[in-house]
Design a protein around this ligand. Structure first.
Ligand SMILES: N[C@@H](Cc1ccc(O)cc1)C(=O)O
Length: 527
């Protein structure tokens, strides 16, 4: 198995302890699910044949694919070396994130999409959740330390994100298959939590094996460290060691699954370089000890670009709030709305980054879009694809239908779909209801209700929005032929909420903010 990413087994673990980087993770725990009937040697042959094609210029390398779609920002090492590594070897690749929040957000998806693409090209892919590193907090590019987070919160976040990542993989496979991408070779992907190994690292081993190789000069010259000390609030020893912990992960994943490539956000360049240095040292030692191809000890990495919108704002925020992937935090409707609002200047770039659509399809879409930009063809496609990736096909379909209905000629909204099963978690509606007691609704100003429902940041903002005609309320229902209640939407009056706005049996008030955001308010009894 010449190109198997698994580099060692128990045999090696028993022999190799002397030189400094002891090997203790010869665990054959990589989940390998058979996708094909191919034997390992067939897979190797197939890989070699692909490499030949790439070298002969008859096939795009994975690096070219990633570059064309806009994922490659800064390579740690040279482009040529990376091209060679990825062409010759079916290496493992990983992306790590720390569970510092309760959910993944849209910004996380850039490095993960690069990982998914590599997976589809046959590489072994690890999505790593930093349950251990989150306890320390990555200081990269921060002038102040992160607020300390209660252990329970961290663990709860880690559980949720772990589940999210596992779900995401399933959706990736479904969506990529729809667009004709078949993952090549045996299926190899996994979600791991670094708490599982960092939680039991012995401090003596850690310091003697990796700490002793980490040179203070190099660590102190990193911008993050310099800026913190000179302009920020100083740095704790624990944060200072963060890059070494991340390198320890890499060393672990290298032994565990032949992970020779790390992809990270734009702020991860320094940590990746430290990892190449420290984990690479151990890898080289190990290969020298057991004998073998030196190329197997090459570690490389790259960062993805930091996304900003064409107007210069950081990507992934809506009205100042993060756009989450968890539908309980950002509904499918709002997620769809976020992407449908993408400015024309950004939409092609985001289609390349956030979808599995082939490039020619994207180009055709942009052409069609330019004929009549007002229809937002490209934005709807982007929104539909992204919601499908994050929430699944059902939710994406529902969100699209609701958004299209909002813009249909009658300017109506099919609220019966919107509010069905509002109280049931996990139901297919795309807009979860917000529960407000009667006293917070009836007799209150619309501005105050908008504010209580979390649709705007302040009462003042709500008043301004209503004054400018940017907020709407459903009024008397029209019945369509199927007996469903379609609601006319009218501009919010500046008065108070009266009975006529609340749907009688359902006790529901529907407000719309701006073009794309809807709030369904379920009016409840006082208790
Ligand atoms: N430090 C990374 C997350 C990470 C954690 C552990 C790793 O091994 C890799 C990456 C970040 O903050 O984004």
């Amino acid at each position: 198995m010449a190109s198997s990413p698994i580099l060692l087994r128990g045999r090696f673990a028993a022999r190799y302890v002397s030189r400094g980087c002891s090997v203790r993770y010869g665990l054959p725990i990589v989940q390998r699910r058979k996708a094909s009937q191919l034997s390992p040697s067939d897979v190797d042959e197939e890989w070699k044949a692909l490499a030949q094609e790439i070298k002969a210029g008859r096939r795009k390398s994975v690096l070219r694919v990633l570059e064309e779609r806009g994922y490659v920002n800064q390579i740690a090492g040279t482009r040529d070396d990376l091209e060679t590594l990825l062409t010759e070897k079916r290496v493992g690749v990983y992306v790590g994130i720390d569970p510092t929040a309760q959910s993944l957000h849209v910004g996380h998806m850039v490095p993960f999409m690069a990982l998914f693409w590599m997976y589809l090209h046959g590489y072994y892919a690890v999505s790593l959740m930093g349950g251990g590193t989150a306890a320390i907090g990555d200081p990269s590019h921060r002038l102040t330390a992160r607020n300390e987070m209660a252990r329970e919160t961290r663990e709860k976040n880690a559980i949720e994100m772990h589940q999210q990542l596992a779900d995401l993989w399933v959706k990736v496979e479904a969506l990529a298959a729809k667009h004709g991408f078949q993952q090549q070779g045996p299926i190899r992907r996994v979600v791991l939590n670094n708490r599982d190994w960092l939680g039991s690292v012995n401090i003596i081993d850690f310091l003697s094996e990796m700490g002793s190789r980490a040179r203070l000069g190099a660590m102190l010259s990193r911008d993050t460290v310099k800026n913190r000390i000179e302009k920020g609030d100083g740095m704790a020893f624990s944060e200072f060691t963060y890059p070494i912990l991340q390198a320890w992960d890499w060393w672990h994943l290298y032994q565990y699954g032949g992970v020779q490539l790390q992809i990270g956000g734009a702020d991860q360049y320094g940590n990746i370089v430290s990892g190449i240095d420290l984990a690479g040292y151990c890898a080289r030692e190990m290969i020298a000890e057991i004998g073998g191809d030196e190329a197997k000890a090459t570690l490389m990495g790259f960062t993805v670009p930091l996304l900003t919108t064409s107007s210069g704002e950081k990507f992934g925020k809506s009205a100042g709030n993060a756009v989450w992937l968890n539908p309980a935090l950002t509904s499918s409707f709002d997620l769809y709305g976020y992407f449908v609002s993408t400015p024309d200047a950004d939409v092609e770039r985001l289609l390349k980054l956030f979808t599995f659509l082939p490039l020619p399809t994207i180009q055709e879409t942009i052409k069609a879009h330019n004929v009549d930009p007002g229809k937002r063809i490209a934005q709807h496609l982007l929104a539909r694809q992204f919601v499908e990736l994050a929430h699944g096909a059902h939710a994406a379909e529902a969100a699209e239908a609701e958004h299209r209905a909002l813009f249909a000629k009658r300017h109506t909204l099919n609220v019966s779909d919107l509010i069905e099963n509002t109280a049931e978690p996990g139901s297919k509606r795309s807009t979860p209801a917000i529960f407000l007691p009667r006293s917070a609704v009836f007799g209150q100003s619309f501005a105050s209700v908008l504010h209580s429902a979390g649709a705007v940041k302040s009462l003042g903002a709500a008043k301004r929005l209503i004054k400018s005609g940017g907020a709407y309320v459903r009024s008397v229902p029209d019945d369509d032929t199927q007996g469903r209640a379609y609601l006319s939407i009218k501009k919010l009056p500046q008065d108070t909420v009266a009975d006529e706005y609340v749907m009688p049996e359902k006790n529901v008030l529907v407000l719309r903010v701006g073009k794309r955001r809807v709030r369904v308010i379920q009016v409840t009894k006082e208790e």
